[in-house]
Design a binder for this molecule. Sequence first.
Ligand SMILES: [Zn+2]
Length: 279
Amino acid sequence: MSIQVKFYGTRGSTPICGPTYYQFGGNTTCIQLTDLELNRTAIIDAGTGIRALGKDIRADTHNRENIIIVFTHFYWDHIQGFPFFAPAYDDTRKIYMLVLGKGRKMRNLRDIFAMQMQHVYFPVQLGSMGAKFEFLQVDKEDETFEISGDEITIAANRHQHPGGAYGYRFERKGKSIVVCTDIEHGENIDPNVVALAKNADLLIHDAQYTTEEYESKKGWGHSTFDQAIEVAEMAGVKQLAITHHDPEHDDEFLLDMEKKCQDRFSDCLLAREQMELIV
Ligand SMILES: [Zn+2]
């Protein structure tokens, strides 16, 4: 049993383009998980990277499965690609928009997207896009979903971020992938994040800043490279993929940082757009 992880967006805060961003990419957060045995996928966040993912889904004419998008939170860089997600305009598609976890303060998940698609911002409104949407707010710490007779468990943990954000652990048949982005540990590593990531096969973790940069970015909701590695070490994860790259960090900077991270945690890499990992 294997799970493929594909990064469609690795940038934090705002999309960026230019020759010095070619290797790591400029689109904002969007990650695709595919269970290669079941041939089923889940999408995490709808940053601008989801536009290319939508094109890939449309090109795969054999796959007519329902689409699941799981949201960590709703800052712009995690929803900005949604209006450009081609399958959302296909009236034969069903799309589940899912959030999971205790302690959510939002009232209505649908309203978030209806607001984003208001006439003042965009020509097509949510109700006119075409696809059939189902908005699911699961007020539980974890939930098991049965797909084709198999069970997939998703556990959620609310972590520190100005607008609130959640880390997720996806688990099936003993394989586990943890996605923990837009997290600010602050002075001490959040023990709940370590617990969520415990012994994971792959931890995908935010590291927008260096330790020096963080000094002037406190309260912005992000981690440092050192903290991402610390979580990986404390949780005993097998592999660490660092993402949510700062728009100011170009390829040269990130390549250099990747080497430094690998000196400390050997099975570590910085996520690149279109990169695929098999877990
Ligand atoms: Zn973000």
